[in-house]
Design a protein around this ligand. Structure first.
Ligand SMILES: Nc1ncnc2c1ncn2[C@@H]1O[C@H](COP(=O)(O)OP(=O)(O)OP(=O)(O)O)[C@@H](O)[C@H]1O
Ligand SMILES: [Mg+2]
Length: 312
C-alpha cells in the first residue's frame, strides 16, 4: 500500500433536489482505496452505494450534486476538474461495470465493434490493430473462440458471457480503478462465482484497484481486502474482510450478516483460493468444466456450441 491512496473520498455529502425538497442521499462518507486494493462496499438497497460511485465518476443525475466534501483521484480533484479532464478520467483511468450487463451493451452492435469503440476513444491504437486488440480483450475474459464471438450480437450470448464482454469493455483501457456495481446480480450462483473470480484475477494481475459494490456481505468478504458497510447514506463500519465476520462492530453489520444466506458451509464454497507468495492462483471453477448456464435468449439466435465454464 502506498501512503497516498489512489482514491480518497473525504466527508462526501451528495444531495438531490426533489419536489419534496432536498434529499441527502449520502452523508459525510469517508472511503479510501489504495493502489492494488479491492474494497467491498456493502449495504441494503438505498444505502447510497451507487450514488457514492456516481459522485466519484461525476456522473450524478442533473438533480444531484456534491454538496460537501471532496473526491480526490490520483491527485485530481474530481469536484473541480473540467468536463474534458473528467472525460479523460472516465474509461481511461476509472471504469465502471454497471448492474445488468445486457442493458450496458448496445443490442444492435456486434460485441467486437463495441470493444473497438472504447479502444478508439481512449487508447492510441492504430485502426488496423484495433480488431486484434478487441479479440485479445475477449480472450482475456476467457470467452472461448473469441474470433467468432467478436462478430456476435449481445442477444446471442448468455448472461454470464455478456457480463464477461462488459468486463472486457471496462478493462480495455487498463484503468487504474474498476468500480463494479452489483456485477453478478441476476446470474446463477455458479456463474456468479466464475465472474467474481475473473474480476479479481484480472484486476490483481494488472495491479488495479477495485471497488466491488454489493448487498451481499459474504461475497464482499470473500473477494475483497477490506469492506465498508453503508446504512442510510452513511458509512457505519470499515473493517478488514478477515475481521468483519469474526468481529463485527456495528449492529447493522450484524443484521447484514444474518441476512447473508450463504453464511456457513456454502459461504466457504464461494471463497477464492488466496494468493500464494504474491501470485493469484486460479481457483477450480475456472480450470474445470462446469454445468452450462444458458440464458433464455441463447437458443433463439444462431445455435451455440456446448458451453463450458469458460463460456459462462
Ligand atoms: N435521482 C435521484 N433523485 C432523488 N433521490 C435519489 C436519486 N438517485 C438516488 N436517490 C436516492 O439516494 C439514495 C441512495 O440511492 P443508491 O442508488 O445509491 O442506493 P444503493 O445503495 O445503490 O441501492 P441498490 O442496492 O438498490 O442499488 C436512495 O434513497 C435513493 O432514493
Ligand atoms: Mg445501487
Amino acid at each position: 500500500m502506498t501512503a497516498q491512496p489512489l482514491l480518497d473520498v473525504n466527508d462526501l455529502t451528495v444531495e438531490f433536489a426533489t419536489r419534496r425538497g432536498i434529499v441527502k442521499a449520502v452523508q459525510h462518507v469517508n472511503i479510501s482505496v489504495a493502489k492494488g486494493e479491492t474494497l467491498g462496499v456493502v449495504g441494503e438497497s438505498g444505502s447510497g452505494k451507487s450514488v457514492t460511485s456516481y459522485a466519484v465518476m461525476r456522473i450524478l443525475d442533473r438533480a444531484g450534486k456534491i454538496a460537501e466534501g471532496s473526491v480526490m483521484f490520483s491527485g485530481i480533484d474530481v469536484k473541480a476538474a473540467t468536463e474534458n479532464q473528467m472525460r479523460d478520467l472516465r474509461g481511461r483511468e476509472i471504469s465502471m461495470i454497471f448492474q445488468n450487463p445486457r442493458a450496458a451493451l448496445n443490442p444492435i452492435r456486434k460485441v467486437g465493434d463495441q470493444i473497438e469503440d472504447v479502444l478508439r476513444q481512449h487508447v492510441q491504437a492504430a485502426a488496423s490493430d484495433r480488431g486484434e486488440k478487441a479479440i485479445e480483450a475477449l480472450e482475456q475474459v476467457k470467452i472461448a473462440r473469441p474470433r467468432e464471438r467478436y462478430h456476435a450480437y449481445p442477444f446471442e450470448l448468455s448472461g454470464g458471457m455478456c457480463q464477461r464482454v462488459v468486463i472486457a469493455l471496462a478493462l480495455a483501457c487498463n484503468p487504474q480503478l474498476l468500480i463494479a456495481d452489483e456485477p453478478t446480480t441476476g446470474l446463477d450462483v455458479t456463474t456468479q462465482k466464475a465472474v467474481m473470480e475473473l474480476i479479481v484475477e484480472l484486476t490483481k494481475r494488472r495491479g488495479m484497484s477495485t471497488i466491488l459494490i454489493t448487498h451481499d456481505l459474504g461475497l464482499a468478504a470473500a473477494y475483497c481486502d477490506r469492506v465498508v458497510v453503508m446504512e442510510k447514506g452513511r458509512v457505519v463500519e470499515t473493517a478488514l474482510s478477515a475481521d468483519i465476520f469474526a468481529k463485527p462492530q456495528h449492529a447493522y453489520t450484524r443484521k447484514l450478516m444474518r441476512a447473508t444466506p450463504r453464511l456457513g458451509v456454502s459461504l466457504r464454497d464461494l471463497l477464492p483460493e488466496r494468493r500464494v507468495r504474491g501470485t493469484f492462483r486460479q481457483s477450480r471453477s475456472l480450470r474445470e468444466p462446469l454445468t452450462p448456464a444458458l440464458s433464455p435468449q441463447a437458443g433463439r439466435g444462431r445455435s451455440l456450441p456446448s458451453l463450458s465454464s469458460k463460456n459462462l
